[in-house]
Design a protein around this ligand. Structure first.
Ligand SMILES: NC(=O)c1ccc[n+]([C@@H]2O[C@H](COP(=O)([O-])OP(=O)(O)OC[C@H]3O[C@@H](n4cnc5c(N)ncnc54)[C@H](OP(=O)(O)O)[C@@H]3O)[C@@H](O)[C@H]2O)c1
Length: 258
């Protein structure tokens, strides 16, 4: 008999899975056997491509991936994201990966950050993480294999100018994760943050000059940008049974620049 895959038939919700790190994470979790809810907010076509890639190896009558639009900053939409996962796969979800996030590509100092931009960043990155965590804490399967994995940033360690509101919004996420890991005592659910350094995605390249990109590569001990698969493999480890003992932690994935 074939050995079951590490995440065989576990249900995973990945927010922001239409692009970038979320996309690579969804594909990786699927390769480990999970069934996926591919969340997006505006790029339906890209979300559909991710689901189609996963479903290309499953029977059309029981797809292993579905797409679900939800803005993570809206409590009703976050609730319906979890409702959809439960209804389609007929089980409480086992894994939440919250990869949805935004950055201010003007890279303003705090002195030059508009209230509107500050509110937008906190609304999606911090409030969105809170809403997803709250729903997950109440609805993820108890008794083992439950995983909540939140995306932070290594900027919380490197504290670069020009990323004030963004970095602060992720520091809030790290704090929530550490507290929630303790609050979920007795449930078997672990809560961790993955905190990437520069990863080659739309978000990273947005608003950056060639010089900025070169500098990020120079700052890296491994002389390259991170790739989405560098992050996805760490999420996959945390999501699997072998990652259970890592709980309430921030795992920086950045090639060593901080
Ligand atoms: N790339 C990096 O260098 C880097 C470094 C450290 C941390 N991170 C963090 O890693 C995460 C993923 O970043 P990325 O580089 O993959 O970004 P990305 O390529 O810009 O993708 C962002 C994803 O988030 C989704 N999204 C945005 N706002 C949303 C909302 N309100 N509700 C639901 N989904 C929403 C987007 O959906 P649509 O496609 O529908 O717009 C997209 O799927 C973010 O939390 C980011 O802060 C990234």
């Amino acid at each position: 008999m074939a050995t079951p895959l590490p995440l065989q038939d576990r249900i995973a919700i990945v927010t922001g899975a239409s692009r970038g790190i979320g996309r690579a994470t969804a594909l990786h979790l699927a390769s480990l056997g999970a069934k996926l809810v591919i969340n997006y907010t505006s790029n339906k076509a890209q979300a559909e491509l991710v689901a189609a890639e996963i479903n290309s190896s499953s029977s059309p009558s029981s797809p292993r991936a579905i797409i679900c639009q939800a803005d993570v900053s809206d409590p009703t939409q976050v609730k319906s994201l979890f409702d959809t996962a439960e209804q389609i796969f007929n089980s409480p979800p086992h894994i939440l990966v919250n990869s949805a996030g935004v950055l201010d590509a003007k890279y303003p100092t705090i002195a030059n950050t508009s209230l509107e931009d500050f509110d937008k960043i906190f609304s999606i990155n911090s409030r969105g993480a809170f809403l997803c965590c709250r729903e997950a804490a109440n609805r993820i399967k108890r008794g083992g294999a439950g995983r909540i994995i939140l995306m932070s940033t290594s900027l919380v360690g490197s504290l670069k100018p020009g990323f004030g509101a963004y970095t602060a919004s992720k520091a809030a996420v790290e704090t929530m994760a550490k507290i929630m890991a303790k609050e979920l005592k007795g449930t078997g659910i672990t809560v961790n943050c993955v905190a990437p350094g520069p990863i080659a995605t739309d978000m990273f390249f947005s608003g950056k000059s060639e010089e900025d990109v070169k500098k990020a590569i120079e700052d890296s001990p491994l002389s390259r940008l991170g790739e989405t698969k560098d992050v996805a493999s760490v999420v996959g480890f945390l999501a699997s049974d072998g990652g259970e003992w890592v709980n309430g932690q921030v795992v920086r994935v950045n090639g060593g620049y901080v």
